[in-house]
Write a protein that binds this ligand. Sequence first.
Ligand SMILES: [Zn+2]
Length: 232
Amino acid sequence: MSLFTTTTIDCSDCQAVFDFQAAGSVNADRRPELRDAILDSSFQTVVCPSCGASTRLEPLFNYLDVASALWLAAYPPGAMGNLVAIETEVKALFDESYGTNATPAAQGVGDILNARLTFGWPATREKVLLRQNDLDDVSIEMLKLDLLRRLPEAPLRPGVELRVVDVNQEMLSFVWTVADTEEILQEFEASRQLLQEIEANAEGWAAVRTDLTAGMFVDIQKLYLDLGQDAA
Ligand SMILES: [Zn+2]
């Protein structure tokens, strides 16, 4: 079931006050148009009925897509600093819905789901896009680490992320993007052959895979950002 909550928006341009349906839970199997809206980056875009100004709500919802084997919890980018606490909370929610504390039938569904935690729209869209294209997001994160070694001028800093934005038979399209504004700083393409080389070398990447899949936040940022692990 998809759940929305009525929230009050104050337009920052014209000060109009109006209601908007904020997503709390998205079921993409039953509402595929919501998956499409995430992929075309229109989801949760608020257009003021008075002046037409457009803004986007920060993500804060759960997403279920059994057909694509994906469950995810999406949070605002600013919440990444509370990773440890949020990951604990999200794991408990997943366990209750599809994991160890769920009914046997729900656990059967949970067994096939890739459970993920994302911060911000670029990361959320990327996870949905990769599952749609049947790509392993862990391998994609490993490819990013590999690319970072090859890119002399990577604009790597907190709040700036490397994301896959398009996929075709031969290439993967990447952008460096600002997580909260979705501004694109740089774009480039990489051959899918690089991904195949990584996947062919499972042994060489095993330790990195273990680190990336410890918890639901499958993202290279946890390998180099200080995300409050010490506070746990
Ligand atoms: Zn307005």
